[in-house]
Design a protein around this ligand. Sequence first.
Ligand code: NI
Length: 138
Amino acid sequence: MSELVRLSISLEESLCEKLEKLVKDSGYVNRSEYIRDMIRNRIVESQWDEASEVVATITLVYNHAQRELSEKLTDIQHKSHHHVLASTHIHLSHEICAEMIMVKGEASGIRALADCLRSQKGVLHSGLTMSSTGSNLH
Ligand code: NI
């Protein structure tokens, strides 16, 4: 942990009240911790368009009955085995499957993998949640 630096900022009263409400409603113990997390979030978001490494989850909801779809999705993951850390398959109903795929790699590669998976015929919904490897957040 690096040394703490104190800084003072100027805010309009109304904005400050909103900040206090956000801090309180989010369950943070103090303002500093809330602002630290806000800054970290912005750092993480700024990395998503760059070549920096991210950790992410790709969620797919798809139709099990769609011909060869399961095989295709597995195939795509095999081709990206250097990105895929793990995956979990859930049978949601007779027809519908969900798959959560945990991945790590450069943001552009992860985005391309998510796009490739979501564009397969029979994929009903997909989500990409990107985070950070945390290496430059402290
Ligand atoms: Ni299934």
